[in-house]
Design a protein around this ligand. Structure first.
Ligand code: IMP
Ligand code: MG
Length: 174
């Protein structure tokens, strides 16, 4: 089987959009501090890039939930790494995700975190496959809305590969 990747969102487009989202967060969270809850591993690149442009006091926390095996969603999630309740309780939390696809992962993750009484809770995603939802779920900050295609790069992987690409590309497998 041969693989190729075509650029869908360039490094420049990503950088520009990340700065726009950061500016929005800076404005909306002025006078507060923010806890970025990065969903490993896919959102690592997005979280780092976003955090560099935040001017409000910023804290980083990590969570790992898994709903994917290969390119098919299983419809359930497994918590591989959880965040301490005191790291989100009373904090202004923004869950940072790489992509919302079926919505299943974030639906569960958001419910879990909401149960720990954050001062506020929002979701920021680099990509939104809005037409692919199986559960109703909306991101508060969305980088790019894309179609139903499997993408890699800027944190996104296929079986752990291609996360380190500086752009987001569509994976073609023949
Ligand atoms: P959801 O639960 O279907 O919304 O799945 C979200 C998770 O599936 C993301 O955090 C990704 O890890 C993974 N995922 C969904 N679509 C893609 C894709 O196109 N490329 C890589 N990973 C994806
Ligand atoms: Mg992910």
């Amino acid at each position: 089987m041969s693989e190729s990747i075509s650029v869908l969102i360039s490094e420049e487009q990503i950088q520009k959009r990340v700065k726009e989202i950061a500016a929005q967060i800076n404005e909306e969270y002025a006078g507060k501090s923010v806890t970025l809850l990065c969903t490993l591993k896919g959102a690592v690149y997005f979280t780092c890039e976003l955090s560099k442009h935040l001017k409000v006091p910023t804290f980083l926390e990590f969570i790992q939930a898994s709903s994917y095996s290969g390119t098919e969603s299983t419809g359930t999630i497994t918590m591989k790494l959880d965040v301490k309740p005191e790291a989100v309780c009373g904090k202004h939390v923004i869950i940072v995700e790489d992509v919302i696809d079926t919505g299943v992962t974030l639906y569960h993750v958001k419910k879990l975190i909401a149960g720990r009484n954050p001062a506020s809770l929002k979701v920021c995603t680099l990509l939104d496959k809005h037409d692919c939802r199986r559960v109703a779920f909306e991101g508060d900050y969305v980088g790019f809305t894309i179609g139903d295609e499997f993408v890699v790069g800027f944190g996104l992987d296929v079986d752990q590969r291609y996360r380190n690409l500086a752009y987001v590309g569509v994976l073609h497998q023949e």
